[in-house]
Design a protein around this ligand. Structure first.
Ligand code: FPP
Length: 250
């Protein structure tokens, strides 16, 4: 059923995965890049580069497993507070990543970017347009890259859009529904996050997919993101499949 013969993949573990009960949307907080690098005496940027590389590996693997949507937290609305050199290095890495258009070619991955693009450089904005257009007709999985993304910013943006509709007389105050706000978030075309993975030992959401995570299952581990392997990903899926999701019912 799974045609994956990559080094380091535990095929036995993979065979335990139930293809009929896969999460439709997996959110990933790619944390621990800095610590990964520091442990090796490398600059933090080397950790981010290794993290970006690992996203390719995990995305490709998840696509082969049959997972339709991944959202990866690449740069948060709070990450601007980091030292300028680190922010610049992250922006350069993003640019290189977006320019490498065939990075996931043949893997049938559509790339979309979510977040507030107004603070990103013209160069990055141009490359986002190009890669989104270049990959738009692929019919495999979709990778959402969250860049200058914040869950609160996303909700406030949606609320403002609804306020405009009220002002234009299209909507009455008090008539706003959850479905209307769901239709305003960046991931409006995608199921809510079934599973959110955060490696590196931190146990928090850090403003990621706040609206979409109301009923998400969470999976944490101590592994730093660059070391997070296809085997770890498989384990996260298996653990997800063993959870009893009740959505508030019994
Ligand atoms: C958190 O690790 C990670 C980030 C702030 C950025 C994640 C970015 C990447 C993986 C690279 C850019 C992505 C792409 C797709 C090009 P941290 O730096 O906070 O690690 P630490 O907690 O160990 O210091």
């Amino acid at each position: 059923m799974f045609n994956i013969f990559k080094r380091g993949i535990d095929k036995k573990l993979l065979q335990e995965v139930d293809p009929a009960n896969l999460p439709r949307h997996v959110g990933i907080i790619m944390d621990g890049n800095g610590r990964w690098a520091e442990k090796r005496g490398l600059p933090r940027t080397a950790g981010h580069r290794a993290g970006a590389q690992n996203l390719k590996t995990i995305t490709e693997f998840a696509g082969q497993m049959g997972i339709p949507y991944i959202t990866a937290y690449a740069f948060s609305t709070e990450n601007w507070k980091r030292p300028k050199e680190e922010v610049d290095a992250l922006m350069q890495l993003l640019l290189d990543y977006l320019r490498d258009k065939d990075q996931l070619a043949g893997k049938n991955v559509t790339i979309r970017v979510i977040g507030d693009r107004s603070a990103l450089s013209d160069e990055i904005n141009r490359e986002i347009d190009v890669i989104e257009d270049y990959t738009k007709d692929r019919d495999g999985m979709v990778l959402y890259l969250a860049i200058n993304y914040g869950g609160r910013q996303e909700i406030v943006r949606g609320v403002n859009n609804l306020c405009r509709r009220v002002q234009q007389g299209e909507l009455e105050p008090g008539d706003v529904t959850e479905a209307m706000l769901s239709a305003e978030v960046y991931t409006r075309d995608v199921p809510e996050a079934d599973l959110i993975i955060r490696p590196s030992g931190e146990l928090r959401l850090s403003n990621f997919l706040l609206w979409q995570s109301a009923y998400s299952e969470f999976w944490f581990s101590d592994i730093n993101w660059p070391d997070f392997s296809t085997k770890d990903f498989t384990q996260a899926i298996l653990d997800y499949q063993n959870r009893n999701r009740r959505f508030g019912g019994r």
